[in-house]
Design a binder for this molecule. Structure first.
Ligand code: SAH
Length: 343
């Protein structure tokens, strides 16, 4: 456990259990939400219980790369030497942070860098929150001043493969006394772990659900996404319909264009058959380069053409802007590293 895994009330209970008054819990909470290191916290007594000192978060920004388009890639380092990546995109309306939910990933998608070495470990709720807090501080914010307006759970990892920690994180980051980022401003991207889509709806979450679809039929999906052997596209869309009924949130489908595989007229027609009439939007994504992968993508022009075809068929579709490609910060380029050696 690290202290950032806990809500304010839990932190107060925890310090009381350690023989301290509850207000020490609030002081720790404020320091953690301002992303201070323990050494920077000046209002605590010198002789804090060892257990509290040890569980104070030690995550930090290990390195930072700034792209030509001002996108920033962050490497976050954890206690055990693991490193995950996050990407900050700045727009007119605010700052969006793309954060990681696992070190590595076990989903095995053939076009993605995050899964090259399998799953190393889950991140805890407090480690996901830490990424947000560190970048918020880097932007000049603190526990009271929030600079980050939007979050996307689209870094390394499969969020619905780490359900308990991810949902605890969603509660922490949207809590009034915390960063108070509304679930309306949070997107969760998944390859489609069907039972956990139902669970997310039943547990009362209302984040924007984004599905990595990337194929218009199951046969084609199985070629690039092993998870397609477990769930059919129909099962995923049924779960999405349920999620929409419960939350009223339109579903986003992500679709990377793979040359000669999913970019033909018949694929557009199949998508229209699957999605017409369902409140959804398709994000056509140019495939970004991953050195170790041989799958070939289409250029942007082809993506615009494909999106136009979808629109003609009655769907809502746009092409996703590519940001941070020159720093390896674009979709599918994020990977885990270990201090002392790149993985
Ligand atoms: N596991 C989750 C979260 C990762 S999100 C998921 O599958 O959705 C990362 C997004 O980038 C997903 O839509 C993923 O399919 C997409 N992606 C992966 N590799 C890519 C690549 N090489 N180029 C463009 N997008 C890619």
């Amino acid at each position: 456990m690290i202290l950032s895994d806990l809500s304010l009330a839990q932190m107060q209970d925890y310090v009381k259990g350690q023989g301290l008054p509850a207000f020490r819990g609030k002081q720790l909470f404020d320091a953690i939400y301002s992303a201070k290191s323990f050494d920077e916290v000046t209002n605590l007594p010198k002789n804090m219980p060892q257990e509290i000192v040890e569980s104070y978060p030690k995550y930090k920004i290990y390195r930072k790369y700034v792209s030509k388009d001002d996108t920033i890639k962050y490497l976050f380092a954890f206690d055990d030497g693991n490193i995950v990546e996050g990407v900050l995109m700045s727009y007119k309306y605010g700052h969006t942070l793309c954060l990681s939910t696992q070190v590595g990933c076990r989903m095995g998608c053939k076009f993605c860098a995050s899964t090259l070495h399998g799953l190393v470990r889950n991140l805890s709720a407090g480690e996901m929150l830490g990424q947000v807090l560190l970048v918020n501080r880097d932007l000049g914010g603190n526990g009271k001043e929030r600079k980050i307006t939007n979050l996307v759970l689209m870094g390394s990892g499969e969020p619905l493969d780490n359900y308990d920690n991810v949902t605890t994180f969603l509660k922490l980051v949207s809590a009034k006394e915390g960063l108070n980022i509304s679930q309306r401003n949070i997107s969760l991207s998944t390859c489609g772990i069907v039972e956990n889509i139902y669970r997310l709806a039943d547990d009362g979450f209302s984040v924007t659900l984004t599905i990595s679809l990337h194929a218009s039929n199951d046969l084609s999906r199985r070629k690039s996404m092993p998870i397609a052997n477990k769930y059919s596209i129909k099962e995923i869309i049924d779960a999405c319909k349920y999620y929409f009924e419960k939350t009223g949130r339109r579903i986003i489908f992500e679709y990377v264009l793979i040359s000669g595989e999913n970019d033909k007229d018949e694929n557009a027609q199949e998508l229209a058959y699957l999605l017409r009439g369902f409140p959804s939007h398709i994000n056509v994504i140019p495939l970004n380069k991953v050195a170790e992968r041989s799958i070939k993508g289409d250029n942007r022009e082809k993506c615009y053409e494909f999106a136009k075809k979808l629109e003609k068929l009655g769907l809502s579709a746009t092409v996703r802007r590519t940001m941070g490609e020159d720093i390896g910060g674009a979709c599918g380029q994020l990977r885990n590293k270990v201090l002392g050696g790149e993985k």
